[in-house]
Write a protein that binds this ligand. Sequence first.
Ligand code: AMP
Ligand code: MG
Length: 434
Amino acid sequence: MRLINDAIQECLSLSPCREVESLPLLEACGASLAADLVAERSLPLWDQSAMDGYAVRAEEATQGAVLSLGEIIPAGHWPQRSLKEGEAARIFTGAPLPEGSDAVVIQENVVPHSLSADQRVAMIKVESTAQRGDHIRVCGEELRAGTLISRSERTVTPGLLGLCASQGWTHLPVFKKPNVALLETGTELVEPGIPLSNAQIYASNATTLSPLIKLSGGQLLSSERVSDHVSEVVNKLNLLIDQGARLLITTGGVSVGDFDPIHQALEQLGATRSFWRVKMKPGKPISVATLDRGDDDPVLIIGLPGNPVSCVIGYLLFVHPLLQHLSGVPSQRLGLPRISCILDHDIEKRGHRAELFRVSLLPHREATQDARRIETWRCGLTGGQSSAWISSISQGDGLLYTSAPPASLKAGDRVEVALFPWSHILPNAHLFDE
Ligand code: AMP
Ligand code: MG
């Protein structure tokens, strides 16, 4: 029987190789970069105006100076000639500066001085002395070609995508989402929506795990269901492997009951079992095995228990970090985020296995000695902790872990809760107010 941490590390060590692909920018959002990104172009690309106004020589543009009006340079137009002495060029935000200019006077600080024969402004008068560099975005001031934009393993965010687009890039190298296949085993299971008969129940594990696989960074290839017949399980697993699944997750049939097909199925497949029990409650029976396909990259087959709570907890502890790793999450960020809470009530833990209680969180305001108020969290059990009660996962925000020896936790104790990946325990959102 493995300890939880050893089992997690062993799963990670059995992980297939990470794969890399090049994705169009928009499809890469949320993925992890598979290479360092280095700027190919400086930003801004060239010296440009930051305002609508007049490109000038600063030394000439003193208060009261009159300058003749030369070229008009809108954004998207390259200046056709350099600025002559005593001249200003009409320029707009984002347009390249003409050679010879070293400041922009904003249009609010200029008045027309004289008109040409066709009634256009021919001369302007400067109303406020310009300083060199005024309202100029200098080439490379934001980013120099050759500078590191982002490190490998960083998440591709909308902001980063914008920066990549401004480099002119269309694709990014990212870690490929690993292909995962789900297989629910259980002769008693029926698809939701179909009328039940006899001793049937509705299958729920695949419905819980499918969106979780996405949250963990995986790509759900297919989700299937089979009876407890060993041959059916073997055939289906073979089929899923042929379809390209690199990680197979089965649910149910993994203990040692007469009708539990997983162990026999793995044997018939020729898989190598690493371990099949973890010293934890719930979720002790969990099978981890690899199947060699004759290349360097074996398929990993993880058998989770059928009880809905054990199934989710086994997934969160062992599969979630594995999929995170495969999809490029750096090792220091693997696993569930933790939050410190104050326990609402006593918990007596009698068993000798590590235990994972389902808890819900409530925000709590606490007065400190200097009368400031601080925000913290309180947590309490979601109610019954049976491994069959999926409602305890549905009502919970996370897991309270207690290590192996019997222990008693007291109301008021500071504890750490590992948050479910879907939980949104965040400060209240608000719009900006003035
Ligand atoms: P097992 O691990 O196959 O012995 O199943 C343990 C319990 O979980 C039994 O009560 C099963 O009926 C139930 N169970 C197994 N698979 C599922 C599933 N996919 N959805 C809901 N309950 C399940
Ligand atoms: Mg079963």
